[in-house]
Design a protein around this ligand. Structure first.
Ligand code: F6P
Length: 359
């Protein structure tokens, strides 16, 4: 057996753990593994297929990023090309990709990615490509898995940042607005906001009213607490408002979300006699060494992916369900987002602890 493995979309701590587990579990069966570099680009745009032997995956479990490289562009079904006259358009290069895959003699693909990569994998599976998916994203927004690897590390980083902001914010009696990643889901903001004892947490699932945010800050002032930490998920929006975008992109990729933190800071400044600062934690949440949880989940997913290939369980995605790794039909996971349920015990717990969601 010759297995191909790739990593697509934004990187997430734990990717290298999956790659290592795939290589070692395959080697254990006498199979060969090849890495396709930068998503599918290693087959479409350049000669980027590398042999991954056990010695190539030594000492990588604790490393962030991905040894294969990644991209959140280069969707083979909506591949961006620029004509000689500068016109940009999309072409479908999926047949070319499948032909290159077969010409390389691969028997199966293990695709490690988030919602975008999962959709590509499903579309390839529908065209007959034998694929098993491993869900990855710091955003934790993939359906059919309790958690994705990368999320725990991102939450730890964000929590540490919020912890550090308490002392400076309190010393200056300021309001500090912290913008965190997560796209359209509030998981990172919710988990780190409550763990870092933020006072206000704004998530996409609960549109906020800025007057209620200010009222929560005012209530703290009245109680003699002259500082407040406001955690804002990048996808949060006010009631009736729009998600704040940094860049609208077309051609086979997604818009860049961001900027809500400084907007919320501005809105508070306009309404209150308080000094307000804002900070965007940004890609720090994607970097660094994966936590033990993310390493172990990555390793378990990698091993389970090879077992799924061995069983011919193609068109499936692996998921974490309780303490088990399960196989779910890829069709059930694509095109959907796992958002924070409003009746989740974490939301209820936050409310009980006096955290405001600005609603
Ligand atoms: O999906 C992961 C993520 O980090 C999101 O939280 C964020 O909106 C996006 O990727 C950022 O993407 P980029 O690396 O293109 O800036």
């Amino acid at each position: 057996m010759r297995i191909a493995v790739n990593t697509g979309g934004g990187d997430a701590p734990g990717l290298n753990a999956v790659i290592r587990a795939v290589v070692l579990a395959a080697h254990h069966r006498g199979w060969q593994v090849y890495g396709i570099q930068r998503g599918y680009e290693g087959l479409l745009a350049f000669n980027g297929v590398v042999r991954l032997a056990p010695e190539n995956v030594r000492g990588i479990v604790h490393l962030g990023g991905t040894i294969l490289g990644t991209t959140n562009q280069g969707n083979p079904f909506r591949y961006a090309v620029t004509d000689a006259d500068g016109t940009r358009r999309e072409v479908d290069r999926s047949d070319e990709l499948i032909a290159a895959f077969r010409a390389s003699g691969f028997d199966a693909l293990i695709a490690i990615g988030g919602d975008g990569s999962m959709q590509i994998a499903w579309d390839l599976a529908c065209k007959g490509l034998p694929v098993v998916c491993v869900p990855k994203t710091i955003d934790n927004d993939v359906e059919c898995t309790q958690q994705t690897f990368g999320f725990d590390t991102a939450v730890s980083t964000a929590t540490e940042a919020i912890d550090k902001l308490h002392s400076t914010t309190e010393s200056h009696q300021r309001v500090m607005v912290v913008e965190l990643m997560g796209r359209n889901a509030g998981w990172i903001a919710l988990h780190s906001g409550i763990s870092g004892t933020a006072h206000i947490v704004l998530i996409p699932e609960i549109p906020f009213d800025i007057d209620k945010v200010c009222a929560a800050i005012q209530a703290r002032e009245a109680a003699g607490k002259h500082y407040s930490i406001v955690v804002v998920a990048e996808g949060a929006r006010s009631v009736g408002g729009e998600v704040s975008l940094l860049e609208r992109r077309g051609t086979g990729t997604v818009d860049r979300i961001g900027g809500i933190g400084s907007r919320v800071a501005q809105m508070i400044t306009e309404r209150m006699d308080k000094e307000v600062r804002s900070i965007v934690l940004g890609h720090l949440q994607r970097g660094g060494s994966p936590t033990t949880f993310d390493r172990l989940l990555g390793l378990r997913f990698g091993g389970a992916a090879v077992r799924a290939v061995a069983d011919g369980a193609f068109g499936t995605m692996l998921g974490l369900a309780g303490t088990s790794i399960v196989r779910v039909p890829l069709a059930d996971a694509v095109g959907r987002q796992k958002l924070v349920p409003l009746d989740s015990d974490i939301v209820v717990t936050a409310r009980e602890q006096g955290i405001s969601f600005g609603d």
